[in-house]
Design a protein around this ligand. Structure first.
Ligand code: NAD
Ligand code: DAU
Length: 353
């Protein structure tokens, strides 16, 4: 496979590239990332010279560039991670979320359709090259919020509450329409909250680990009793590869590992593990429109594709805390902004792109 990995310099995308290098090194990986504030090539510095891996700085909304990349690398698969991903930022500035997450996805779908259809000019033709696939990486947030009971299944109605999740839900609907109308070979995955190495410290777990290590206040929104369903990022990566290989075309697959935790319990666990006291906990004003609870029913992917997560939450969170302790330079560069110079230094000066 020649896999276009969009957003491969982000948290999950960089972990996916590393996971693929370890578990399926026979595939070519073409990493296309705009390098917004969330893109960090330092997360891939051990891989950047590997054979079968290439990085291109580009915007998924740039149709001419996407077309060029499809042709140059004969792309057979797309795994679309590229997105604006942080709910709090989407509350501050929704527009870029709608732009990137919806129109960016559509630009990629159009490019894939043009390149993969055997008769691209024939609007009635539904024939595509054999074996090609577009995988849209979506999120459980498209389903909205749960009460105390129940879980999200793939047929739960979409009911997004934040500008971020509304943009992701819209992209899912565009994908669905391309499948129904054009026969585009695709899958949509909807995963719960990820945690693990290389996550930008604006998200709950790395933010709390960092503040705890520094002895700074830990800002808990509202009463801290909101529940998220946590999955180690490498389990998300293995699920995506499973769906890429085996997912039935046109199907949606929920991904999750049955690990529901209240935010406050995670914060307390991090404090205990790092030997700090609960006086660092600071309750702050709640996030507007804050979803109370997420929980994934993973029956479909576990029973029809035989996927299972490998991490328990306890093992994953201890490893993750240790990773941030053992990688102070990665964290320091993120916090100082030095990571943003990496592309300029390594790609335009050293590799002469
Ligand atoms: P992230 O913010 O860490 O990474 C996003 C990446 O996309 C960054 O590298 C950024 O530079 C890149 N990007 C942004 N706009 C771009 C554009 N126009 N063109 C090219 N690249 C662009 O996000 P993440 O947490 O790694 O999430 C990746 C995907 O997984 C997202 O689509 C997100 O909705 C989805 N997801 C995330 C989680 C989670 O818990 N983090 C859970 C389920 C689904
Ligand atoms: O469910 C999947 C989603 O998980 C992904 O689609 C998103 O891209 C990803 O960012 C994540 O969204 P959340 O809003 O759940 O993640 P975040 O880490 O921002 O917040 C997790 C919970 O912790 C949420 O209830 C808000 C709370 N929180 C977060 C921060 C940053 C706090 O209490 N304090 C904080 O400082």
């Amino acid at each position: 496979m020649n896999i276009l990995v969009t957003g491969g310099a982000g948290f999950i995308g960089s972990n996916f590239i590393r996971w693929m290098k370890q578990h399926a090194p026979e595939h070519k990986l073409i990493n296309v990332d705009l390098l917004t504030y969330a893109g960090n090539l330092e997360s891939l510095c051990d891989i950047e010279q590997d054979e079968g891996y290439v990085f291109i700085r580009a915007d998924i909304r740039d149709r001419a560039k996407m077309n060029e990349i499809f042709q140059l690398y004969d792309i057979t698969h797309v795994v679309n991670f590229a997105a604006e991903s942080h709910v709090d930022r989407s509350i501050e500035d929704p527009e870029v979320f709608l732009n990137t997450n919806i129109l960016g996805t559509q630009a990629l779908l159009d490019t894939a359709k043009k390149y993969w259809k055997t008769a691209p000019e024939d609007k009635y033709s539904r024939d595509y090259r054999a074996g090609v696939k577009f995988l849209q990486v979506s999120t459980d947030e498209v389903y909205g919020a749960l009460g105390k009971e129940g879980k999200f299944t793939e047929t739960t109605p979409l009911s997004p509450n934040s500008p971020y999740s509304a943009a992701k839900a819209s992209a899912d609907l565009v994908c669905r329409a391309y499948y129904e109308t054009f026969g585009m070979p695709l899958n949509i995955t909807r995963c719960s909250n990820n945690y693990g190495p290389y996550q930008f410290p604006e998200k709950l777990i790395p933010l709390m680990i960092h503040n705890c290590m520094e002895g700074k206040p830990l800002p808990v929104y509202g009463d801290g009793m909101q529940i998220r369903d946590w999955l180690h990022v490498t389990d998300h990566c293995s699920a995506i590869y499973t769906v890429l290989l085996q997912g039935q075309l046109g199907e949606v697959y929920n991904i999750g590992g049955n690990n529901e935790r209240a935010n406050i319990d995670i914060v307390k666990l991090i404090l205990r593990t790092l030997g700090r006291g609960e006086e660092l906990i600071t309750y702050v004003k709640d996030r507007p429109g804050h979803d109370r609870r997420y929980a994934i029913d993973n029956t479909k992917i576990t029973t029809t594709l035989d996927w299972t997560p490998s991490y328990t939450f306890e093992q994953g969170i201890f490893e993750t805390i240790a990773w941030y302790q053992e990688n102070p330079i990665w964290l320091e560069h993120v916090l100082s902004g030095a990571y943003e110079d990496y592309y300029e230094r390594m790609y335009t000066q050293s590799f002469g792109e």
